[in-house]
Design a protein around this ligand. Sequence first.
Ligand code: TYM
Length: 321
Amino acid sequence: MRVLSGIQPSGQLHIGNYFGMMQPMISNMAEHELYAFIVDLHALTSVHDAQRLATGTLEAAVDFMALGLEPERCIFWVQSDVPEVTELTWVLSTLTPMGLLERCHSYKDKIAKGIASSHGLFAYPVLMAADILLYQAQRVPVGKDQKQHLEVARDIAIKFNSLFGDTFVLPEPVIDADLAVVPGLDGQKMSKSYGNTIPIFTGEKELKKRVMAIVTDSTPVDEPKDPDRCNLYNIFKLFAPADRLKEVRDLYLNGGAMYGKIKLELLELLWEYFRPARQRREQLLADPGQVRDILRQGAEKARAKAAPTLEEVRRRVGLRY
Ligand code: TYM
């Protein structure tokens, strides 16, 4: 099975990114043919600062490896190092109906949050479709917010295949119901652009500030509360061992759950959970040249996979004379 997914280097990676995409990708490494990449061309739709984009790209790659992605067991690269993807994007964009893109929530959400509208932001899902179709990916692990983009990719593939003959594999999203939407500090979806994240790699002091800022209700301690509707519980359950989770769940149901105490316990769990990754990250950051080499080698492998698909596309649409 060919499994592929990408992540934007547009800010500090957070636990929503981790549970929605990075961890499922890492756990697929053993069994499947894995394609993982840092989508700097996508990030360019919101980051217009060369230094920030370049540093963010390298750091996102470091973070992914620190969390357990092993580049020798997958294909791992930076999107813009494979320029074939932009050519495929153009070809696909000529057969993507405007209405399909106009319906995309993600575009409307980003505009509502103050990201400047641009043709690139509007066409974002076409570039994402090219990312997926270029490598003939069968499965794409993502969070729920990307589901619609996967549907767009499938629609575009179906349209191409029906116009020009069977060329593209139809990709399937892989969305774990329990991890589809990791809530942020305020209970909305955790998102860089809502400023409600728990970053994976941040100092202990900042982490404490974020955890303490998790919004809870004002139900008195002794009264029963519904754990499944509590934002703090929904984050806590991602990190707590099963037996401890059961105890805390019982406290919610029977009364006695103290939010302050649970927050401190969560802080401890978070800090320990990512400790090994933090150490690996320090080592990787100490040798950025080595990370660049790894990404360059990954890009070569990715290009070798991309080239035959693009060649077939050119031939099928008539860009060969
Ligand atoms: P990005 O960088 O916004 O997010 C990376 C991944 O993290 C998931 N995610 C979440 N999952 C659960 N709960 C959350 N709160 C949460 N926040 C983020 C996202 O769903 C995503 O899977 N367009 C993609 C990047 C992309 C891509 C691709 C993905 C570009 N090309 C091809 C797959 C295949 C994105 O914006 O990811």
